[in-house]
Design a protein around this ligand. Structure first.
Ligand code: ADP
Ligand code: ASP
Ligand code: MG
Length: 412
């Protein structure tokens, strides 16, 4: 039997009624002749609640216990989905990550998938089971502890299963009907894309578009998984949603494919550090060791042998970054006059493979922001993206004005 992977996100399994609706979709694919692997998220809001419990109990928590707690939301929906399917006379059972087993690294809270053993599930399909419901987001480490794949990780579970089982397709059911030119919550002018290239989706995801977890796109690209994003609330035909595919499969596209934003950014500046060989290593080494994910970096021009070093990192890592820097100062490895954290910033990015062959895209972005009176604090570019850090109060305005300036509401 051909295999299909169907993933349902938090809003799609938020209530028993929605689980029933999702199960009906699964039932239809079984009737179409597929063996189905269903990947479920926790009910919407559940994972946030569990994270809150952990943080309240233990601010500098043991990540292994964090994973034990936050992975549990998916266990509930996996069991409920299997029960719902059984009620519909569809032969189904649930699996937690460790039961599959889905093996991961031991990097708790952001583990990577190393292997999915297919034998258990394949054997059940051979016995006549039609649907394997798997709890997304979780796995088991080499030490036998429960791990999680980072927020939004069920997308990655889904793509990894599609790759491991050679599925015909991996359908990601969510609360929007596809990938848009920007988050449709920010502007009603956002337009659904019928297709988007892997590279563009990868950038959009890593720059904040949470419709797919970045690693899921990486895996889909590497294993050439046919990946679709579609609505769990609408009827979908063959061509519904957005297909994430190779660049060659896209006929025409805009120079800029989309605008992404991330609210969760902080800017930190080490004021007046010595401008000497090794200073960057002395700063960013301890930050990396402390698990701070540094994103953008700017080093100012030196004056009288001293300079300012600015970097950005996720807001919830500011405390950790401050500690790493003051510890390094105390050890005498660096010597700064002040450490300034600005947590009222956000990152806005434009993404498009067309940028490779078009000049002036960054300049247009900067003049658009200038016309809106938005000051740019930090800039980074790569071949197919430009990102800027701006005050958070300008986030919506920046996204909307860039969406307009690059004409994204119209197809190319
Ligand atoms: P799920 O719970 O199904 O995994 P998520 O909340 O993780 O859903 O992702 C879907 C959300 O992603 C949408 O509701 C939308 O607000 C947001 N989003 C951000 N950028 C985009 C984009 N470019 N296209 C579509 N959705 C986007
Ligand atoms: N429930 C997890 C989260 O909220 C994983 C997921 O939904 O993909 O991050
Ligand atoms: Mg998600």
């Amino acid at each position: 039997m051909p295999i299909l992977v169907m993933k349902f996100g938090g809003t799609s399994v938020a209530t028993l009624d929605r689980i029933r609706r999702a199960a009906k979709r699964v039932g239809r694919e079984v009737a179409n002749g597929y063996d189905v692997i269903v990947i479920v998220s926790a009910m919407s809001g559940e994972t946030n609640k569990l994270v809150g419990y952990v943080e309240e109990t233990s601010p500098l928590f043991d990540a292994r216990e964090y994973d034990a707690v936050v992975s549990s939301g998916e266990n509930v929906t996996a069991g409920l989905m299997a029960l719902t399917l059984q009620e519909m006379d569809v032969p189904a059972r649930s699996w937690q990550g460790w039961q599959v087993p889905l093996k991961t690294t031991s990097a708790h809270a952001s583990a990577r998938i190393e292997e999915i053993q297919t034998g258990n599930i394949t054997a059940k399909f051979a016995e006549g089971m039609k649907v394997a419901v798997v709890a997304g987001f979780q796995g088991i480490s080499p030490e036998g502890r429960i791990t999680t794949l980072g927020r939004g990780g069920s997308d990655t579970t889904a793509v990894a299963f599609a790759a491991a089982f050679g599925a015909e397709r991996c359908d990601i059911y969510t609360d929007v009907d596809g990938v848009y030119t920007t988050d449709p919550r920010i502007t009603s002018k956002a337009r659904k894309l019928d297709r988007i290239a892997f590279e563009e989706m990868l950038e959009l995801a890593s720059l904040g578009a949470k419709v797919l977890q970045t690693r899921s796109v990486e895996l889909a690209m590497r294993y050439n998984v046919r990946l679709r994003v579609l609505s769990s609330f609408e009827d979908n035909d063959e061509n519904a949603g957005t297909l994430v595919c190779s660049e060659e499969d896209i006929v025409e596209s805009n120079v800029v494919a989309g605008v992404a934003y991330s609210r969760d950014e902080a800017k930190m500046t080490l004021v007046s550090v010595a401008d000497r060989p090794g200073i960057a290593a002395a700063i960013f080494g301890p930050l990396a060791e402390a698990g701070v994910n540094v994103d953008m970096i700017v080093q100012n021009i030196a004056e009288e042998g001293r300079t300012d070093m600015t970097f950005s990192c996720p807001t919830d890592q500011v405390k950790r970054a401050e500690k790493a820097m003051t510890d390094a100062q105390e050890r005498g490895e660096i010597n700064f006059h002040d450490l300034v954290a600005d947590t009222d910033v956000c990152k806005v990015s434009i993404v498009g493979i067309g940028m490779r062959s078009h000049a002036g895209v960054a300049a247009k972005m900067f003049s658009t922001l200038r016309d809106e009176g938005i000051n740019i604090k930090v800039i980074t570019t790569s071949e197919i993206k430009v990102s800027v850090l701006v005050d958070r109060k300008y986030m919506e305005l920046a996204v909307q004005s860039l969406h307009d300036a690059f004409g994204l509401e119209r197809a190319a």
